[in-house]
Design a binder for this molecule. Structure first.
Ligand code: PLP
Ligand code: MN
Length: 367
């Protein structure tokens, strides 16, 4: 019999490493986010970033809880989610190069409501060229640099010039502006995160106003992540926020912003060797847990994780209960989005019994 985990199985019977989610805790994070943001600004739209979950099921679950569509980082994520019935999407990365533009045009033919961002004249010209034989327009937002210095046109004259170019383009329809303050999400000081976020929001909404003064119809002003959404929504003129990580959290976010949202996703792992009295080897290494934002943590306190390579990790301790070959542990990821991208399925459980199995539909879709 091939290995086929099923609904009704116990978490303790799953092979490892396996990615598991506590349904009640995840549902609590969703409720917390929506009630916190909507109670403070009832007209705010919440368009969660699906680069975290990469799952059509979870995208739809978020909409059933009040979300307005979702964001994708990459075009190839949208290519997966749209045929699975999730169509209200903003792609938050620039679409550059003839191959990517060709793919976008194909996607747009299936789903005319797909929203995209641009930050350069080259980007606009490439999209115009790709759309030259089409009837209709791509819904386009200007991507503005509000301090992250990753993508985004500079505020002021450069942004006004680009907005004009988009508005004059035959196949692009300017609908809004995106300004993502990713450099602020993990600031540990609440006050610093708040004040710098309000500065970025000021740049964003002022730019939207300048666009309007120039005659553009700006309906969408979109921004924000898990660490800043609560501040973004207090700024008049911001229409939409894009948090993603709040659903599951990770140790990096928890260390920065606290535990208002709980860690709800872990990687179950097995102790496969014991190398010394107080150090064991588990079957979760770099291919199961990412390390860009520090090392994962064992959910049980008192153990320290170390990387032993692609497939192996160590857990060591001085004062915690002994671990032995065959024991199982749960590891909390340090950075949730790239960790999920390492796994095929979520085993979603309630009290240790698998209730649903969700595919990581857009796993590996980095183009
Ligand atoms: N918006 C954009 C453009 C992003 O790149 C990200 C994450 O990197 C987010 C929103 C969501 O942020 P978070 O997962 O921190 O909530
Ligand atoms: Mn991330």
């Amino acid at each position: 019999m091939p290995y086929t985990p099923k609904v009704g199985d116990k978490i303790s019977d799953l092979d490892t490493p396996s990615m598991i989610v506590s349904i009640p805790h995840m549902e609590s994070n969703i409720k917390k986010l929506f009630s916190k943001l909507k109670s403070s600004n009832p007209s705010i739209l919440i368009r969660p970033h699906l680069k975290t979950t990469k799952s059509a099921h979870l995208a739809k679950l978020l909409v059933s809880n009040g979300a307005t569509g979702g964001c994708c980082a990459k075009l190839s994520e949208a290519e997966v989610l749209i045929p699975l019935g999730f169509t209200d999407l903003l792609i938050t990365c620039e679409i550059i190069g003839p191959v990517k533009v060709r793919r976008l045009v194909e996607l747009w033919r299936q789903n005319k409501g797909t929203r995209i961002v641009v930050d350069s004249e080259e980007g606009v010209r490439g999209l115009e060229e790709g759309m030259k034989d089409e009837e209709g327009e791509l819904l386009t937002l200007i991507d503005l640099d509000v301090g992250l210095h990753r993508t985004g046109v500079q505020p002021g004259e450069p942004s006004l010039k680009l907005a004009k170019l988009v508005a004059e383009s035959k196949h692009l329809k300017l609908i809004g502006v995106q300004g993502y303050e990713g450099h602020l999400q993990h600031l540990h000081s609440f006050e610093e995160r708040k004040s710098l976020c309000l500065e970025s929001m000021n740049t964003l909404v002022q730019t939207a106003e300048e666009f309007r003064k120039d005659g553009h119809n700006i309906e969408v002003v979109t921004t924000g992540g898990t660490g800043t959404a609560e501040f973004c929504i207090t700024v008049p003129g911001v229409t939409e926020v894009q948090p993603g990580s709040f659903l599951f959290m990770d140790t990096d976010y928890r260390n920065a912003v606290g535990s208002f949202f709980e860690n709800t996703l872990t990687i179950v792992s097995t102790v496969i060797s014991k190398q010394a009295p107080k150090i064991v080897t588990i079957d979760a290494g770099l291919k199961s847990l990412t390390t860009d934002s520090g090392l994962a943590e064992c959910k049980a306190p008192g153990y320290t994780y170390g990387v032993l390579g692609d497939e192996h990790g160590s857990l060591s301790w001085t004062d915690a209960p002994d671990l032995n070959v065959g024991d199982r542990v749960e590891m909390i990821p340090s950075h949730i989005d790239p960790t999920i991208n390492l796994h095929d399925f979520y085993y979603a459980h309630r009290d240790g019994v698998v209730e649903e199995i969700w595919a990581v539909d857009a796993r590996g879709k980095v183009q």
